[in-house]
Design a protein. Structure first.
Length: 264
């Protein structure tokens, strides 16, 4: 075989060898490139596990919420049963009171028929109802404490009198309060305190109260005179009001003054 042919065969073998090497390299590259593809499957498996965990958690939470709802419904049922039992007990008590009142009513009716009302007390009651209705309308504009005191005194006055003297005293006190209501009577003694427990006749005697009594010993016309209490205060002062005239004397309220003997 000639050298030319030998070189030709060598060239053919070289090209074939290069082609085989190239194909082998290409296959290896493809293998390297395609080898990472299984990773998404692992990731999908991890995601499925996470989703499964979340789903189980949600199911567990839903189960707990359902248990809480059932417990709440059971508590409501128990409370409803308890309320029904209490209502039945109250109803039985009310029915018992009604039966007792029905038994007592004939005796009360007989006693009322046997005891005729005193015409003088009836007259006092009519006068009292007129005055107390007017008084209740006038106390609406009072401040909270004055209205509280007024309500307590009205409750005391509304109690049924046990005698003609008590009915008369009740009307005198009511008339006096009504007359002096515009003079802040519920901020002055004794009406700025709750009424004492004694009956109204004793209370009126302690106050030395009559139908002609003026508001706290001062004529109503003089009491309505502007700043009359300041004039009286200055007149009663040791220095004729010289010291007080320089101070902010309150126009409404209460304060006290201590007179000291001056150093001479």
């Amino acid at each position: 075989m000639s050298d030319k042919n030998t070189k030709g065969f060598k060239g053919i073998f070289k090209r074939m060898n290069k082609r085989e090497n190239h194909e082998r390299d290409s296959q290896q590259k493809n293998y390297v490139v395609e080898s990472p593809q299984p990773k998404p499957e692992k990731e999908n498996s991890r995601d499925r596990k996470e989703r499964e965990k979340e789903r189980k958690k949600e199911q567990e939470l839903e189960r707990k919420r359902e248990q809480e709802r059932r417990k709440e419904l059971e508590r409501e049922k128990q409370l409803e049963k308890q309320r029904q039992l209490e209502w039945k007990k109250d109803l039985e008590k009310e029915q018992q009171r009604e039966r007792e009142l029905e038994r007592d009513h004939p005796r009360q009716a007989a006693a009322t028929a046997a005891k005729k009302p005193n015409p003088e007390i009836v007259k006092f009651d009519e006068e009292f109802e007129r005055d107390i209705e007017t008084l209740e309308r006038q106390i609406c504009n009072l401040d909270f404490r004055s209205k509280t005191m007024a309500t307590m005194w009205i409750d005391k006055l509304r109690r049924t009198p046990q005698s003609v003297a008590e009915a008369r005293s009740r009307n005198i006190i009511t008339s006096h309060i009504l007359k002096c209501c515009g003079e802040n009577i519920f901020k002055k003694e004794p009406f700025n305190h709750p009424p004492p427990p004694e009956n109204l006749a004793i209370i009126r005697e302690r106050m030395f109260l009559t139908r002609d009594s003026t508001c706290h010993g001062m004529p109503v016309a003089k009491q309505r005179e502007p700043n009359s209490y300041l004039t009286q205060l200055f007149n009663d002062s040791y220095d004729g009001g010289e010291f007080l005239s320089q101070l902010p004397v309150p126009r409404d309220g209460a304060f006290f003054i201590l007179h000291m003997r001056p150093n001479l």
